[in-house]
Design a binder for this molecule. Structure first.
Ligand code: DQA
Length: 145
């Protein structure tokens, strides 16, 4: 089973950006943590991060026929992007939406998610462990624990 972990804008700044909200773990450490988790579960994993909406759309399209599950933290595009929603719907790959912070308890504009309608689960406010939980949900969903 192959999982694609997609991170949107500013998530490459983890560890530097607003540590009180997003923690001190860096993006590189996050990838290591997810990689180790996937390896232990016998899952293949691929990572992608971009600050550009179109590049994220391209990556989702490229996943078609190749990837079994998507973990996506679209960052700020969560709250604005119909294009990401449509891309996830277009490929119909099981997807889980992840947010490091508890978006539903933050500013009103963060409580709107366009991509949510194309995801079978949402994990918010569990810090970076949320990505591992999302991987586990995908593995369960696709029958490989
Ligand atoms: C985020 C929450 C978003 O509102 C914000 O724009 C981010 C990160 C999170 O992981 O908590 O960039 O997706």
């Amino acid at each position: 089973m192959k999982i694609l972990v997609i991170n949107g804008p500013n998530l490459n700044m983890l560890g530097i950006r607003e540590p009180d909200i997003y923690g001190r773990e860096t993006y590189a450490t996050l990838l290591e943590k997810i990689g180790t988790h996937c390896k232990a579960k016998g899952l293949d994993v691929e990572f992608f991060q971009s600050n550009h909406e179109g590049s994220l759309v391209d990556k989702i399209q490229e996943a078609y026929g190749r990837i079994d599950g998507i973990v996506i933290n679209p960052g700020a595009y969560t709250h604005t992007s119909v294009a990401l929603l449509d891309a996830l719907k277009a490929v119909s790959i099981p997807a889980v939406e992840v947010h490091i912070s508890e978006v539903d308890k933050r500013e009103e504009f963060r409580q709107i998610s366009y991509v949510r309608a194309a995801c079978f689960a949402v994990i918010t406010g569990h810090g970076t462990d949320g990505y591992l939980e999302a991987v586990d949900l995908l593995a369960e969903r696709c029958g490989k624990k």
